[in-house]
Design a protein around this ligand. Structure first.
Ligand SMILES: NC(=O)C1=CN([C@@H]2O[C@H](COP(=O)(O)OP(=O)(O)OC[C@H]3O[C@@H](n4cnc5c(N)ncnc54)[C@H](OP(=O)(O)O)[C@@H]3O)[C@@H](O)[C@H]2O)C=CC1
Ligand SMILES: Nc1nc(=O)c2c([nH]1)NC[C@@H]1CN(c3ccc(C(=O)N[C@@H](CCC(=O)O)C(=O)O)cc3)C=[N+]21
Length: 319
């Protein structure tokens, strides 16, 4: 057994076990999904991908697996990499208009001839279960997280499981993409942490990371963060999902942190697989249930008032 495998035991308190944490979230999601289905509003998730990247395919596979386990309807729409803007926008418009569809997720990345911001902006905010419509992601600045961005919410949830007090905590976030690094920084700021965001132009990554009580890494480079870049006792939250080829022709999923060297120094660490990934899927399905409830409330209000159901083009806000 590899060293990293041997350490993945439930009794190892250094390891933040995403399968256990994700399971806790799913129990409530399953209950709510059943209640919605019984009331005639079953949640239904549609996953759109244009072209196929390894990380997105792993994600879709797990969305499907977990949705099925929870009795939630799931459908995949896989477009070829050369699909046109008009084709993808038309598919999104049809899904927006279909009352049986309660959530839409667009896998990233999309091919260069498409603009993710435009596609994401075309998803109705009530069906934006990723929280990545420009209006939804903007709400993060107001600390309004009705449907927060899944991966970032999941990553911060992992840190909360350390029991560390987030107020005043020194945190370094490596990677500043709009879907992971930036929203993590906003979530942490709203928790009172002191946040430093690093990226490819950061002159000396380890000068920053070695000061941090917690390091988040979301870059897409296996082994980027090594034990000598971590302050002893710090938490390492590894968001990277990279499929690497093995000499025997097989493949393996690894994160952005060099697990074994970080394990030795860290106070807590998220493994890959089995860390942030499973929690991300749970948060996505939790958002799907929230979306179904928002849509139900909207339609019921609209019908009561005698109006034709027509969802407003605004992001949801907390009731
Ligand atoms: N577990 C989960 O739920 C999820 C996992 N992922 C995984 O997380 C990783 C990152 O995803 P994503 O944010 O979408 O990727 P992007 O490619 O969009 O962003 C990568 C970020 O890393 C920065 N970067 C690149 N090189 C370096 C470097 N040498 N040092 C520091 N920063 C660097 C980039 O900065 P710059 O722009 O300045 O070049 C950019 O901000 C991937 O492995 C992806 O598969 C993603 C989403 C969800
Ligand atoms: N719009 C969009 N949002 C994303 O959040 C997004 C995306 N696009 N594109 C691709 C990346 C990657 N990603 C993963 C999330 C969970 C697992 C996951 O569940 N992983 C499990 C299983 C791994 C395995 O099966 O080997 C684990 O880490 O244990 C994987 C990958 C989300 N991403």
């Amino acid at each position: 057994m590899a060293l990293s495998e041997a350490r993945k035991t439930p009794v190892d308190h250094k390891i933040l076990d995403g399968r256990v944490i994700g399971e806790g979230i799913r129990a409530e999601v399953a209950r709510e999904a059943r209640a919605l289905a019984d009331a005639g509003w079953p949640p239904r998730l549609i996953s759109i991908a244009v072209g196929d990247t390894d990380a997105a395919m792993i994600y879709i596979r797990n969305q499907q697996r977990v949705a099925e386990k929870l009795g939630i309807a799931f459908e995949q729409k896989l477009f070829p990499a050369e699909a046109t803007r008009a084709e993808v926008l038309a598919a999104i418009a049809a899904l927006n208009a279909d009352p049986r569809v309660t959530g839409i997720i667009i896998q990233r990345p999309v091919p260069d001839h498409l603009l993710i911001k435009e596609l994401q902006g075309a998803v109705h905010p009530f069906k934006d279960v990723e929280g990545m419509h420009p209006a939804s992601i903007g709400n993060i600045v107001y600390n309004d997280l009705v449907m927060g961005p899944c991966t970032s919410v999941a990553a911060v949830e992992m840190l909360k499981h350390t029991g560390l007090r987030l107020q005043g905590l020194e945190v370094v976030v490596i990677g500043h993409s709009e879907i992971v690094g930036k929203p993590i920084a906003f979530l942490l700021m709203s928790e009172g942490a002191t946040v430093t965001v690093c990226h490819h132009m950061t002159r000396n990554l380890q000068v920053h990371s070695r000061q941090a009580d917690a390091v988040f890494v979301a870059v897409g480079k296996p082994g980027l963060v090594t034990g000598n870049m971590i302050k002893p006792g710090a938490a390492v939250i590894d968001i990277g999902i990279n499929q690497i080829d093995l000499p025997d022709g097989g493949t393996r999923v690894v994160g952005d942190a060099d697990y074994d060297s970080c394990y030795d120094v860290a106070g807590w660490i998220t493994p890959v697989p089995g860390g942030v990934g499973p929690v991300t899927v749970s948060i996505l399905l939790r958002n799907l249930v929230t979306a179904a409830k928002l849509q139900r409330g909207h339609y019921e209000r609209a019908f009561r008032g005698g109006f034709t159901p027509c969802a407003p083009a605004v992001a949801p806000v907390a009731e």
